[in-house]
Design a protein. Structure first.
Length: 97
């Protein structure tokens, strides 16, 4: 992905040209990623693009959760085991109030 420093946002014409040419830019601050800028082409619905990004982030979060469960060995838990864990967590929560 092509990087652009946050200070470069002060040059809107150049930013627009780069975004049109490169389609996505990774915005950085002090060398660390802070945002992704995405080109919205003519005829594209910005709300649809934003929803697609949200959907992708949800799928990515689910994949990470599944990987963590496999690593922890909890992906093979039965429904009964899961219900027992939930009940224990609820009891713990009530006791800490």
């Amino acid at each position: 992905m092509n990087l652009i420093a946050i200070k470069d946002l002060k040059q809107p014409r150049r930013l627009k040209e780069r975004l049109t040419a490169e389609k996505e830019l990774l915005l950085t601050s002090d060398g660390k990623p802070v945002a992704v800028l995405v080109d919205v082409g003519p005829g594209e619905d910005p709300e649809e693009i934003i929803q697609a990004i949200r959907d992708s982030r949800s799928r990515l979060a689910l994949a990470h959760a599944r990987a963590a469960a496999r690593k922890a060995g909890t992906s093979a838990m039965s429904m009964r085991d899961i219900e027992r864990e939930i009940a224990a967590a609820r009891r713990e929560g009530r006791a800490s109030r």
